[in-house]
Write a protein that binds this ligand. Structure first.
Ligand SMILES: [Zn+2]
Length: 739
């Protein structure tokens, strides 16, 4: 499957006479794949049990004739009116017990057995029909699962299913009563049948019950997707299965959903009407892509990459010339192996009349068509070459759907937002061109020099032990406010002072805290005073060193940031939410102490990112601004795509390769091995990973052995961070003198 660029196409919105023109225009611009039919249930099954695949067959054949493959969507986000009329109970019910009616999309209850039967029959028929179609390469299940109305369906069917889910989890009602803390406000249950979803209450909610509801709702969505995935797997073994995620949306645990899929796909609209204008900040987009790559630790597809103004009843800003390309290249730089643009042509019908595409309403190719055609022409060869390569960050940030849910249920401070808080800590790294993996708290962290784990609010022994082992073996960990507050049932832990299970590695205790309600606070760090907000942990040192102190409140002068040596590693604790300036200053030092350095130096609005594979590295330089920008790179790089080296025109994107990448010759590799005194396995790991802590020690030994070459008497910190690729690069430049 050699696909780099595609487009989302809705031929059912247009006359057949137009199809030929569309397909020819697609071919001319280099489109290789289209996604079809994701909302076309009524067109495919106009009345119950009567299937009409003729129109879809026709367009697939027409596309195939122009060398374009097809990804088929299952249209289960839009059940047709005939089904709803016959079975109105398929429509979902919200927490006010109101029915959400037909007329939009996602007017479905995902536990409803009748609805599932309809899905089963339709998906069987649909997938069998296209199972051996050579032009159909894969399937997208449903659309943006979990992004319908605010809370999940709370109908009678979901209530019953929720009770079954709870029974399965707790076995007996006393265990549930204990886990949910129902001693409070007379909430004890005698039987699972007494439990309801979190419908609108007279006042207040049980946070433990709310968290289980969110877990249940996520599991229900995964199970709903599994129904279709199982059928397609059985009928279409040669075709892939994916789903279009929504970045960091929080309704379904994307890590769990990913287990059903061959790879994850993503939809992004940086300039959508709901985003910060003129567009979502670049660091937030970057974090989204890192998360999408992290959900399956694998390359992904962009299934809907913004190609024009986006919105429903109101619209966001028009992307400037070059801006759509810059966003698409950013997705590539973070691990996208294919870019499918949304949509082919601005729709004339329905809710999305103002969601613009590569073509406008008139259907005439214009500025955006030419821009994307040029992008495809320039980037197709690069995309083919880099396929399967990945960023290999030295830093990671822990992300968790459960932490997100728990903070949503009880934000502690009314403005505390889990994703917003993570973004704040991601930005200082992004600004320094430091790449980040988004990981789970239970993942193996040993390959990272630095792990940032914000808002570790729910704490389990498994996660605490994972952090402890990581730090003990030399890892650098950043924790912050509200760490270790709750157990896995969302009940406050009482055994120890905060940060609970993490107090030993932090070397602190937090017997008291303050919520910075309706006021900002101040903190002093390196003789500068910075703004802080939302929270103040009043820290007692139990072995840690203070780094910054409060300059506000009755706790003025007490530590707000600490660092503790634990085993071979270190733990920083930040007892507040820092302003961007404070976090920037703090991470300047944390990154330096952790030995994490950026790819190069670039001004605001310019991103540098690397993907690598088999010792080859490709560097992407992206200008997100309408101004000319310059940047500097660390190491030896050769420009393979771009106008002028290290100078970017407005919205220009450039690609460089590491000279090391040219070194594939086996004889040269073995010479290198001999010179560096490494086994071929070690060398391979250094060339492909190069970030392992133990290998770093090995690297230091090698560097020490080469002090003479560097003309130095001793080993200093700057050299400690010299990458092996530098030595190897020098070797290839003929400068390397050997031991
Ligand atoms: Zn329901």
């Amino acid at each position: 499957m050699d696909i780099q660029f595609g487009v989302d196409y809705y031929p059912e919105h247009w006359s057949r006479e137009r199809w030929e023109i569309d397909v020819r225009l697609m071919e001319e611009m280099g489109i290789q794949v289209v996604r079809l039919a994701e909302f076309a249930w009524h067109k495919l099954e106009p009345t119950e049990g009567c299937y009409d695949f003729e129109w879809l067959d026709s367009i697939i054949r027409l596309l195939e004739g122009h060398g374009i493959k097809t990804v088929l969507g299952t249209p289960t986000a839009a059940p047709p009116a005939w089904m709803i009329k016959k079975h109105p109970e398929i429509q979902p019910v919200d927490k006010y017990s109101r029915v959400r009616h037909f007329g939009g999309r996602h007017h479905d209850c995902q536990s409803n057995k009748t609805y599932r039967e309809y899905i089963r029959s339709f998906t069987e028929e649909y997938s069998k029909h296209y199972a051996s179609d050579p032009a159909v390469i894969g399937w997208q299940i449903d659309n943006e699962l979990g992004t319908y109305f605010d809370e999940s369906c709370m109908c009678a069917s979901c209530t019953q299913r929720y009770r079954e889910w709870l029974k399965e989890k707790y076995k007996d009602i006393d265990a549930l009563n204990k886990a949910w803390g129902t001693a409070f406000w007379s909430q004890g249950y005698n039987d699972f049948e007494e439990i309801t979803p979190p419908l609108l209450t007279a006042t207040g909610e049980n946070p433990s019950a709310m968290l289980d509801w969110k877990r249940f709702a996520s599991d229900l969505i995964v199970d709903f997707a599994k129904l279709q995935a199982d059928i397609i797997r059985k009928n279409c073994p040669g075709q892939f299965i994916t789903h279009n995620y929504m970045n960091l949306a929080d309704r379904v645990d994307y890590y769990e959903l990913g287990k059903l899929l061959d790879f994850v796909s993503d939809d992004i609209y940086p300039a959508g009407s709901w985003q910060k204008q003129p567009h979502q900040p670049e660091h937030e987009m970057a974090a989204c892509y890192d998360a999408v790559r992290g959900y399956k630790k694998k390359n992904f597809w962009m299934m809907e990459q913004q190609a024009g103004m986006a919105g429903w009843n109101t619209m966001g800003r028009a992307p400037a010339p070059g801006e759509i390309s810059a966003w698409a290249v950013q997705a590539m730089a973070h691990g996208a192996d294919a870019i499918v643009f949304f949509r082919w042509r601005a729709c004339a019908l329905g809710t999305e009349q103002y969601w613009h595409g590569i073509l406008g309403h008139s259907g005439n190719p214009g500025r955006v068509y030419e821009e994307i055609r040029s992008l495809i022409g320039r980037f197709s060869p690069v995309m083919k070459e880099i396929k399967g390569s990945m960023p290999k960050p030295e830093a990671a940030m822990v992300h968790s759907f459960e932490q997100n849910w728990a903070i949503e249920i009880q934000p502690n401070h009314p403005d505390l937002d889990y994703i917003g808080h993570l973004m704040g800590m991601y930005k200082p790294l992004y600004d320094r061109n430091i790449q980040v993996d988004i990981v789970r708290g239970t993942d193996d962290l040993s390959r990272y020099r630095l792990v940032i784990a914000p808002l570790q609010y729910l704490m389990t022994k498994e996660i605490a032990d994972n952090y402890r082992n990581y730090v003990n073996q030399g890892g650098n960990l950043v924790l912050d406010m509200r760490a270790g507050v709750k157990d896995g049932h969302n009940i406050c832990m009482t055994e120890y002072e905060l940060p609970g299970e993490l107090r030993d590695i932090c070397g602190i205790e937090i017997p008291e805290y303050d919520c910075l309600f309706e006021k900002e606070g101040k903190a002093e760090y390196n003789e500068e005073v910075y703004d802080i907000s939302k929270w103040a942990d009043i820290i007692e040192l139990k072995g840690a060193e203070p780094l910054a102190s409060f300059a506000c409140g009755f706790y003025e002068g007490s530590p707000v940031v600490t660092v503790n040596q634990y085993g071979m590693g270190r733990v920083w604790y930040i007892g507040t939410e820092g302003s961007p300036e404070f976090l920037d200053a703090l991470f300047e030092d944390i990154l330096s102490e952790s030995g994490v350095a950026g790819i190069g130096e670039s001004p605001e609005g310019v991103e540098l990112s690397i993907r690598e594979k088999n010792g080859k590295r490709w560097l992407f330089a992206i200008n997100f601004t309408g101004e000319e920008k310059r940047f500097k790179l660390s190491g030896t790089w050769r420009m393979v795509l771009g106008e002028r080296e290290k100078k970017l025109q407005p919205y220009e994107t450039q690609v460089y390769i590491n000279e090391l990448g040219a070194a594939e010759d086996k004889a040269e590799i073995s010479m290198m091995q001999e010179l560096l005194g490494m086994s071929s396995k070690e060398l391979f790991i250094v060339l492909t990973e190069g970030r392992d802590v133990l290998l770093r020690a090995k690297l230091q030994d090698i560097l020490k052995a080469h002090l003479k070459y560097y003309g130095k008497d001793s080993f200093n910190e700057e050299e400690e961070n010299v990458d092996l690729s530098l030595i190897v690069g020098e070797y290839y430049d003929g400068k390397y003198k050997g031991r």
